[in-house]
Design a protein around this ligand. Structure first.
Ligand SMILES: *[C@@H]1O[C@H](CO)[C@@H](O)[C@H](O)[C@H]1NC(C)=O
Ligand SMILES: *[C@@H]1O[C@H](CO)[C@@H](O)[C@H](O)[C@H]1NC(C)=O
Ligand SMILES: *[C@@H]1O[C@H](CO)[C@@H](O)[C@H](O)[C@H]1NC(C)=O
Ligand SMILES: *[C@@H]1O[C@H](CO)[C@@H](O)[C@H](O)[C@H]1NC(C)=O
Length: 398
């Protein structure tokens, strides 16, 4: 009885005070010991859970990860769903690889706390559309890979908060068109792939905001190289001119251009485009300002800064400067000549007054001597003229 009582008493004490505390420390110890989920391999803050046949168990794994993990590789699993808060405690993540899974859809707040994330790979899944807000918190994202999904269209606001994005891979999807302002916020984008989609045409204004673009991949689309694509051709030429790279743009249509590469088709082949009604193509220095058909007209939209106009403004400014400079030169030359003439006139007067003084002496001398004298005077005048020219302040006659 006594032993029973003591047992109960200690048990009660332990239950009331010590047990929870001990259990908690034990749990946290275990948690720290198995900070790496058993199915993953971890090295410091890099966690590789790739290729492990993970099914729906990802949420369990994420709760076992240390919160300071920076790399998480979940590639080559069978993840079909990710709970909205799955990454809630992983705000240190810099790289997240979810490629080669079976994701059909993603919750809008899936990546909500990952504001440090720089690399996100969602390639080789079955994504058909993306929630508009999916990337809205990823303001530090540099590289986004959406390759090999089933995207038919991308919302025009999809990438608008990705100001740091440098690399965007949209290849091997089913994109048939692109909204006009899809790439508007991506001033830092250096690499873009739209290869292997169903694009037939692309408005020049879609690509124009990409002032940092160095490489553009467009292979494997069904380009219709009709008049609507002419402004885009000009943009490609401009991109190549400034040292960028654009891969082949093979035309599927029209028949007479089938199999030809748009980059090297001579502009003469598009001569008929400028004759079309309601279209005007005018080229200045390889830059084109065009309103190609009413469709293209509708595509035109207000832009804060029109980069196409900048070179024209520069040329105008240079022209005005040149004219002003020329006028200044004329004024300076005129004043120089005037000063010269004035000096010469003075010289002439001086000469005449000297002649008058010397006349009596010269009178009885031979004509030849007179001539010689005159010649000498001429020489002297010329020399003085020279001297006067030299004496003039240099800034007047520069
Ligand atoms: C993730 O692991 C796979 C191999 O399973 C590898 O090919 C891939 O490059 C890894 N991803 C990253 C971002 O390191
Ligand atoms: C995040 O951490 C909190 C408290 O540390 C915990 O209650 C929650 O289960 C964790 N969530 C996940 C998804 O791991
Ligand atoms: C990450 O956190 C674990 C404990 O959770 C700690 O042991 C480790 O040193 C931390 N690593 C870094 C790089 O901060
Ligand atoms: C050129 O082709 C595209 C895609 O097929 C089409 O949308 C557009 O209307 C065509 N433009 C002209 C001027 O025919």
């Amino acid at each position: 009885m006594l032993i029973m009582r003591i047992c109960k008493w200690t048990l009660r004490i332990k239950m009331n005070v010590k047990v929870p505390a001990v259990l908690l420390t034990l749990l946290s110890l275990i948690r720290e010991l198995v900070a790496c989920p058993s199915v993953c391999t971890c090295s410091n803050i890099h966690t590789d859970c790739s290729n492990r046949d993970l099914l729906l168990s990802f949420n369990l794994i994420s709760s076992q990860l240390p919160s300071n993990v920076t790399t998480l590789n979940l590639s080559r699993n069978s993840i079909t769903l990710i709970d909205p808060g799955a990454f809630a405690n992983l705000s240190s993540l810099l790289q997240l690889d979810l490629s080669r899974n079976q994701l059909f859809t993603l919750h809008p707040s899936t990546f909500y706390p990952l504001s440090s994330l720089e690399f996100l790979d969602l390639s080789s899944n079955f994504l058909e559309n993306l929630p508009v807000d999916l990337f809205s918190e990823l303001s530090n994202l540099r590289e986004l890979i959406l390759r090999d999904n089933r995207l038919k269209e991308v919302n025009s606001k999809q990438f608008q908060s990705l100001a740091e994005l440098q690399h965007l891979d949209l290849s091997l999807n089913s994109l048939a068109s692109m909204s006009l302002d899809l790439l508007d916020g991506l001033q830092g984008l250096e690499w873009l792939s739209l290869a292997g989609n169903r694009l037939r045409t692309i408005p020049r204004s879609v690509l124009e905001p990409l002032t940092a673009l160095q490489r553009l991949l467009l292979e494997g689309n069904r380009w219709n190289c009709n008049c609507s694509l002419v402004p885009f051709k000009h943009w490609v030429e401009w991109m190549l001119y400034r040292g960028g790279h654009v891969d082949s743009i093979v035309c599927s249509l029209p028949a007479f251009l089938q199999g030809r590469d748009l980059r090297i088709i001579p502009m003469d082949m598009f001569q008929h485009c400028s004759n079309l009604p309601s279209s005007s193509v005018s080229a200045t220095e390889g830059l084109i300002i065009s309103t190609d058909s009413t469709a293209a007209c509708l595509e035109q939209r207000p832009r804060v800064v029109n980069l196409r106009r900048a070179p024209t403004t520069l040329v105008l400014a240079r022209l005005v400067c040149g004219v002003v400079w020329l006028m200044m030169v004329v004024v300076v030359m005129y004043s120089c000549i005037y000063a010269m003439l004035a000096a010469k006139y003075k010289q002439e007067q001086l000469k005449r007054s000297l002649m008058e003084v010397k006349e009596p002496e010269v009178e009885h001398e031979k004509e030849e001597d007179e001539k010689e004298m005159e010649h000498d005077f001429d020489k002297g005048a010329k020399a003085r003229e020279h001297a006067d020219w030299m004496v003039l302040p240099p800034e007047v006659c520069v």
